[in-house]
Design a protein. Structure first.
Length: 201
């Protein structure tokens, strides 16, 4: 069974809204770090949110899921405590772009049936290499391909990909959202839609 993972250069958070909260599988994990962050509150109150990795863990190898259903594991060469992008002072995680990634075991909450959205806040150090942000083989993928963003979904074994114009910049945080409603794939950057295409299945 495939596992979601992300391997971008640097990311503050990955928010995956895949299924109604009632469909989440309960998986025991230690309590996540908590804060009174307005940003965290806004994300965790999102209807249908399936998982939310803040990536601000201060110790250990566990990547805490703020929804408590899908904790992951930090692997490879990564650095904690990097400057984040929100005004609440929470920190980010830097991944080296080659060996570092976060691996999350597959759960029913991360297996959408007909619609999904994936949100990542990322600050790539370079736009030269291809950098995977989120991947769940055979289901969905969000990747930086140079200065473009690629969003891929699989329907019945057939893959459909949406690629944006060259909009990604190096050295600063960008909020990237990929969404699929069962009929149309869309990609947003910093709140603006930058690409779409029909995709049924």
């Amino acid at each position: 069974m495939s596992h979601p993972r992300w391997t971008g250069i640097a990311a503050l958070c990955a928010t995956v809204a895949l299924a109604p909260a009632s469909a989440r599988a309960a998986t025991a994990q230690p309590a996540c770090p908590t804060s009174s962050s307005a940003y965290r509150t806004a994300v965790t109150s999102t209807p249908g949110l399936a998982a939310y990795w803040r990536l601000d863990d201060t110790s250990g190898s566990r990547a805490c899921d703020q929804r408590s259903s899908s904790p992951g594991t930090y692997l490879g060469n990564y650095s904690r405590g990097q400057a984040g992008s929100t005004v609440d002072g929470d920190k980010a995680l830097a991944l080296n772009g080659s060996t570092a990634y976060v691996n999350v075991p597959s759960t029913s909450a991360l297996n959408p049936k007909s619609a999904l959205s994936v949100e990542v806040e990322a600050a790539p150090k370079s736009t030269t290499p291809s950098q995977t942000l989120v991947r769940k083989d055979g289901q969905y993928l969000l990747r930086l391909t140079g200065k473009s963003i690629a969003f891929r979904i699989w329907n019945g074994g057939t893959q459909t990909e949406l690629t944006t114009p060259a909009v990604v910049t190096a050295g600063g945080y960008q909020r990237i959202v990929a969404a699929y409603d069962g009929a149309t794939m869309r990609v947003y950057r910093n709140g603006a839609q930058i690409a779409s295409r029909a995709a049924t299945g």
